[in-house]
Ligand binder design. Structure first.
Ligand code: ADP
Length: 507
């Protein structure tokens, strides 16, 4: 069946309630967009006088749920307030534009740009732009390459006046055709990281600002501190869940299906406590955990007695190797390496250290990234990790969980030598940390890895067995509500063998 005749392309209706105040923790991005998008709209003469060209495109990249679409919508709304003139906002999902009919996608793209040009000032927002313009490779269908080419031509054809802006959003910037990331297309790139503790605090404040009574600062701080790895959409869901929990706690009868009771409840009496928020948090799986993004997570309270001392010891050792663990560290440092060996290195120690570096951008080189369906070859995956670090506007961490397994997976490809060569030639730039874990002894690692993480440079932390006191504290914590434990015998405070590790701590 031939495709239907396409209708005229209409901009989206903007929600006047969504503006920059609805976006939490992204002040730097907002400042940057004001300069890049709003100033050219407000002061076109300034750019003309100095013969400078405002950017045509901005690429938003980062994990899902971090506010890329929200910020694009807020930007469109804020721009419409600038000169009293409505800004037309067009939004397309990359995959939706791709039509099975040859030439249809290109036609749609052309019409979209024409309409945006006609209705300028306008913003075109391409969500999942990597689906629309994936990296072109030999042997891939011509149709895909033709859509990418059309997009490039259309972006090049935009006037240099800054009144048509193209925003692309993607979770995988490495999968995007590199030509799109050149100057004159997506001139600027903004990384949307999983929110830091301060950003989470801001987002929680946004979603609770109309609550009566409003949660106290202490409540918000506590929830923000325990939600490492939760992105904006998770925090919004957490707030909604907390409301339901409070309702359930105060009026359990609403679940009995007795509608008479339901009509009698006084919703003004529903008060949300910090326990409701924390219980809501526990019932939600953060997006990061579902999407296989890097796990950065503070120690769970039940593991505090068992692991806290080790996390602190590893963190202070790491600080010497990579001073950027402190967000305040300004000076550049040369690339650093750090290895955590032993049980619990991957599951507890590394996530807890990563959670202390929320101000850095993370790249993961793991078995799953090497074998992901989005990866064309292992070498390309490694190259793209290094180039993403170089492009990042902040300190970066390349995280390799189970480095021995990754090394083995690269054994029959040029991957091993490529990885070493890229690292040695500082292909990821300065201010980068290569953080790895392994569940074998340092001495059991292949020689090349032992050289990469040299023992003598204090860049290896070996997880030791927990002491008897640590184990007893841990057990006390988890059995507190069931049965009382016998009194602690101080003499038992030696290294025990609770299946964690056989030898003594090597640092
Ligand atoms: P993305 O486009 O990055 O996948 P969205 O912008 O669609 O994510 O976010 C989904 C929802 O999560 C938003 O509509 C918003 O309600 C909430 N959200 C995400 N990030 C933020 C943030 N930084 N501030 C406030 N709300 C946010």
């Amino acid at each position: 069946m031939p495709p239907k005749k396409s209708k005229t392309i209409q901009p989206l209706k903007l929600d006047s309630n969504v503006n920059f105040n609805s976006v939490g923790g992204l002040e730097e991005h907002i400042k940057c967009l004001r300069e890049m998008v709003l100033f050219p709209l407000m002061y076109p003469d300034l750019f003309k006088r100095f013969n400078t060209r405002p950017p045509k495109g901005v690429l938003f990249h980062g994990p899902p749920g971090t506010g890329k679409t929200l910020l694009a919508r807020a930007l469109a709304q804020e721009s419409s307030l600038v000169r009293g003139k409505k800004v037309a906002f067009f939004m397309r999902k990359g995959a939706d534009i791709m039509s099975k009919w040859y030439g249809e996608s290109e036609k749609h793209l052309k019409m979209l740009f024409q309409q945006a040009n006609k209705m300028r000032p306008s913003i075109i927002f391409f969500d999942e732009v990597d689906a629309l313009a994936p990296a072109r490779v030999e042997g891939q269908g011509e149709a895909c390459a033709s859509v990418v080419a059309t997009l490039l031509v259309e972006m090049d054809g935009l006037w240099d006046r800054g009144d048509v802006i193209v925003i692309g959003a993607t979770n995988r910037p490495d999968c995007l055709d590199p030509a799109l990331r050149r100057s004159g297309r997506f001139d600027r790139e903004l990384y949307f990281p999983p929110p830091s503790v301060l950003a989470r605090r801001d987002i929680l404040a946004i979603y609770t600002r109309h609550w009566m009574p409003r949660p106290t600062d202490e409540m918000l701080d506590r929830v923000a501190q325990t939600t490492s790895g939760y992105v904006g959409s998770d925090l919004k869901a957490l707030c909604s869940e907390a409301v339901l929990r409070a309702l359930r706690r105060m009026y359990p009868q609403v679940y009995d299906g007795d509608y008479h009771c339901i009509s009698n409840i006084d919703t003004r009496k529903v008060e949300i406590t910090v326990e409701d928020l924390l219980a809501a948090k526990r019932s939600l799986l953060p997006t990061g955990a579902r999407c296989n993004t890097i796990v950065s997570r503070h120690l769970a309270p039940q593991y505090e007695p068992l692991m806290r001392a080790q996390v602190n010891a590893a963190a202070s050792l790491l600080k010497q190797a990579f001073p950027h663990v402190n967000a305040s560290q300004e000076e550049d440092v040369s690339p650093s390496v750090f290895l955590i060996s032993g049980n619990c290195a991957e599951t507890h120690l590394a996530p807890a250290l990563l959670a202390q570096m929320e101000h850095c951008s993370f790249q993961e080189l793991s078995m799953s990234t090497l074998h992901s369906t989005q990866v064309l070859s292992q070498e390309r995956a490694i190259i793209s990790i290094f180039s993403e670090c170089r492009r990042a506007d902040r300190r970066s961490v390349i995280f390799i969980p189970n480095v021995a397994a990754v090394w083995e997976a690269l054994a029959y490809t040029p991957g091993q030598s490529l990885l070493l060569q890229l690292w040695r030639t500082r292909a990821a730039g300065d201010n980068v940390l290569l953080l790895a874990t392994c569940n074998v002894e340092h001495s059991e690692l292949p020689e090349e890895l032992q050289e990469l993480f040299p023992m003598y440079q204090d860049c290896v932390y070996r997880v030791r067995d927990p002491t008897a006191t640590e184990v007893l504290e841990f057990l006390k914590h988890i059995t507190a509500e069931t049965s009382p434990l016998p009194a602690t015998n101080e003499k038992t405070d030696q290294t025990t063998n609770f299946g964690m590790h056989k030898e003594k701590h090597g640092n």
